[in-house]
Design a protein around this ligand. Structure first.
Ligand SMILES: Cc1ncc(COP(=O)(O)O)c(C=O)c1O
Length: 371
């Protein structure tokens, strides 16, 4: 479906209208399907490889990313699937040193154990030589540092050395950034976050225009079995229709909150790639179509974060991000290499003035500015 974002997400992956049929067909729950006794398996044989609800979701994600998509049970299932389906002993892989910690942990344990050399690189660079590197995984903006890299420039240099380039599009979502158009070979993402946006499921996907890679990943997923169930696939597809609206409010809320935090003398290290003073601003605004609703800052101590979260009526203490509810997470408690008072705040879709009032009052209480 052509059109602008709001139109594309409402229509993405829907079947052609048919009298008497629903707009989005309900979930198909099946392990085996009836087979033609003579011909054997047709389009649907067994649920691990075939499910019409999952195919509908994949059509929708593929339309938005500009490639063919495969849905996985979680972001980690998608990312580790890509790594294990493409890397062999003796290969080198570049992973973001400031990106999602579970990917780094997987590199340090499983990949190293398989004899794969892991080269950690900060998202903002500098990038070392790509010579001998099989796969470069970028995470831009990175979670939780919110650094950004120039995908076109990194992909150009990596391709010149023969490396494959994957981009984790979790934080941006396909409406915020189109990595395949920027030169990435494959997108990986957690659909758990902004894409589905209601904090009620785990989901992952890969998207690519490389047919060989798509075949390899399809075989990988069928053999290892990391598929989302039919109900989650249907719920994800249903949730994506509001992606444009949700992102618009999240971005507006993040702009307001980041500006207010940056104006306070008692809050340090405010990061939001949409703030003109932010180190990511220049590349983010040139490369991205929207700036996501995630903001980070430092309250100086773990205790002060506890006081902030206890005082706030609207900000839920929770990990993850990109949902309709505003949440905040003290990342050091999960093992991220961040200061004890570092907070990742994910703006939801609450009314902007209500959120600003609540966050400001909770910070005042955390600092003892009010009784
Ligand atoms: C950037 C990024 N990639 C991947 C993942 C993993 O996704 P999931 O939790 O769906 O497995 C996360 C989870 O937070 C993430 O933030």
């Amino acid at each position: 479906m052509n059109g602008r974002d709001g139109t594309r997400v409402v229509h993405a992956g829907l079947p052609a209208p048919e009298p008497g049929a629903p707009f989005l067909p309900g979930p198909v729950f099946a392990a085996p399907y009836h087979l033609d006794p003579a011909k054997g398996p047709g389009i649907n044989g067994y649920g691990r490889s075939d499910n019409p609800t999952r195919r509908g979701l994949e059509a929708a994600i593929g339309e938005l990313e500009g490639g063919s998509a495969l849905a996985f049970a979680s972001g980690q299932a998608a990312i580790t699937g890509l790594l294990l389906a493409t890397l062999r002993p003796g290969d080198a892989v570049m992973l973001p040193s400031d990106g999602y910690y579970a990917v780094r942990a997987f590199g340090e344990s499983t990949l190293r154990g398989l004899g794969i050399r892991v080269v950690p690189v900060p998202t903002a660079g500098p990038y070392p030589s790509f010579a001998g590197v099989r796969l470069v995984l970028l995470e831009t903006p990175s979670n939780p540092s919110l650094d950004v890299c120039d995908v076109r420039a990194v992909a150009g240099a990596a391709h010149a050395a023969g490396a494959l380039v994957a981009v984790d599009n979790t934080t941006a979502t396909p409406l915020g950034q189109r990595p395949l158009e920027l030169g990435g070979d494959v997108v990986v993402a957690s659909g758990t976050k902004g894409l589905t946006g209601h904090s009620d499921m785990l989901l992952g996907y890969v998207a690519t225009n490389d047919d060989d890679l798509l075949t390899r990943l399809t075989v990988w997923r069928t053999q290892t079995g990391g598929i989302p169930g039919a109900f989650d696939a249907w719920l994800a597809h249903r949730s994506m229709a509001t992606l444009d609206l949700r992102l618009a409010r999240q971005t507006a809320n993040a702009a307001a909150v980041a500006t207010a935090l940056a104006a306070r003398s008692d809050v340090d290290a405010v990061r939001w790639p949409g703030l003109p003073a932010d180190p990511s601003y220049r590349i983010a605004t040139a490369q991205m179509r929207r700036i996501p609703g995630v903001v980070s800052f430092d309250l100086g101590s773990a205790d002060r974060v506890v006081r902030f979260l206890t005082a706030s009526a609207l900000v839920f203490a929770a990990t993850s991000f990109g949902g309709v509810h505003t949440t905040a997470d003290r990342r050091a408690q999960w093992g991220d290499d961040t200061a004890p008072g570092f907070v990742r705040l994910s703006c939801g879709i609450e009314d902007t003035d209500d959120l600003l009032t609540d966050v400001s009052a909770a910070l005042d209480q955390a600092y003892g500015h009010v009784p």
